[in-house]
Design a protein around this ligand. Structure first.
Ligand code: FE
Ligand code: FE
Ligand code: FE
Length: 193
């Protein structure tokens, strides 16, 4: 394929993102369904709604530029979602599986951030201010989503994930209180080394 101009590069980038977003529309409900943590479930569901708006924004851009966005497949998103499918099918403690889902989702968000950031720069260089503004709006949503996933991970899921792992090690411990004490001893022993 020949990309002879910046206009053509912007068009090609938007087609790629359009395909990526449409693939995500199918994947996000599955991720919401697979998440155990309620905050995470909610984050996936609200990002699904945002994604619908992002596709509409892309349609607006296509109209502004007088181009069509169908007919290209984003192979990167296809691959990321193939990995994501492994995360959906994995088995294990809830918090570990949720952490795996977050890792898959953040890979997706970072791909989108790169794609929207570069497309926005192309649009700006070409003087397509309205298109650049629309791309910026979506870019902001992708970044916010990424940050929200980091917060959920650090505040809610990772503390649970490490205690899940410890309690599997301590399965023979007599009761909850005992095993918590054992965990505390283990971690303080580790930190003294
Ligand atoms: Fe998106
Ligand atoms: Fe792509
Ligand atoms: Fe996104």
């Amino acid at each position: 394929m020949e990309i002879e101009s910046l206009d053509k590069l912007l068009e090609d980038s938007l087609k790629d993102i359009y395909s990526a977003e449409n693939q995500l529309l199918k994947a996000l409900p599955k991720m919401a369904k697979a998440a155990s943590n309620e905050t995470l479930k909610e984050a996936f569901t609200s990002h699904l709604e945002e994604t619908q708006g992002q596709v509409e924004r892309l349609d607006q851009m296509a109209e502004l530029l007088g181009i069509k966005l169908k007919g290209k497949k984003c192979k990167a998103m296809e691959g990321l979602l193939e990995e994501g499918k492994e995360a959906l099918e994995a088995e294990g403690p809830e918090a570990i599986l949720d952490s795996n889902l977050i890792a898959a989702a953040q890979r997706v968000e970072h791909y989108e951030i790169a794609a929207y950031g570069t497309a926005r720069a192309f649009a700006k260089q070409l003087g397509h201010e309205e298109v650049a503004d629309l791309l910026q709006e979506t870019l902001d949503e992708e970044k916010a989503c990424d940050e929200k996933l980091t917060t959920i991970s650090i505040d809610e899921i990772l503390p649970q994930a490490s205690s899940d792992a410890e309690s599997e090690d301590e399965e023979d411990a007599a009761g909850d209180e005992d095993s918590e004490e054992a965990v505390a001893t283990t971690s303080s022993r580790k930190s003294r080394r």
